[in-house]
Design a binder for this molecule. Structure first.
Ligand code: HEC
Length: 139
């Protein structure tokens, strides 16, 4: 968000392209946890949800449909604690994840397609499930 305000949408897009993984990786080291942002409709194919995560994404989508506030899902086993929490869209996200004809500027869309030829992460509106945080704390 800071990058959008300071340098505009395209600069922020490049920032996400280069920095998203090093940001989550550095948080992982800091919190001694494995931190992932995953989704059913990835922009970066490294962020595709596994089948369990896709199931939780469906639960969070159903919560929105029934106007229920989502609680984190926490699954504890002998080895670790897994934590899942929805990442929802707001109006700010739509300039890069919204509808190509109305929300995303042509120049931004061209840049997205150049960096991510297989992008699936468009067509969203506000208050939808863009993905989830999937965090594993080892015991
Ligand atoms: C300036 C453009 C831009 C904006 C605005 C933006 N994103 Fe993204 N988003 C990206 C890019 C680029 C990636 C791919 C990053 C990478 O390569 O790992 C991405 C990836 C993601 C991912 C990881 C899953 C995937 O599809 O690869 C999530 C989740 C996500 N964005 C959610 C959001 C949400 C929620 C908002 C609003 C709060 C938002 N984004 C706003 C550009 C943007």
């Amino acid at each position: 968000m800071a990058k959008i305000q300071k340098s505009g949408t395209i600069a922020a897009l490049k920032f996400c392209n280069e920095k998203a993984f090093s940001l989550t990786d550095s948080m992982s080291v800091f919190h001694k946890a494995a931190i992932k942002r995953v989704t059913d409709k990835p922009r970066n194919s490294r962020n595709i949800a596994n089948s369990k995560e896709k199931g939780y994404i469906e639960i969070f989508k159903e919560n929105i449909e029934s106007n229920k506030e989502s609680e984190p899902i926490i699954v504890e086993s002998a080895e670790n604690i897994k934590f899942y929490y929805p990442i929802k869209t707001n109006s700010m996200c739509l300039q890069c994840h919204g509808k190509p004809t109305s929300d995303i500027k042509a120049s931004t869309l061209a840049e997205i397609n150049e960096l991510y030829p297989k992008d699936l992460a468009i067509g969203y509106s506000e208050n939808q499930i863009r993905g989830i945080w999937s965090i594993t704390f080892n015991k």
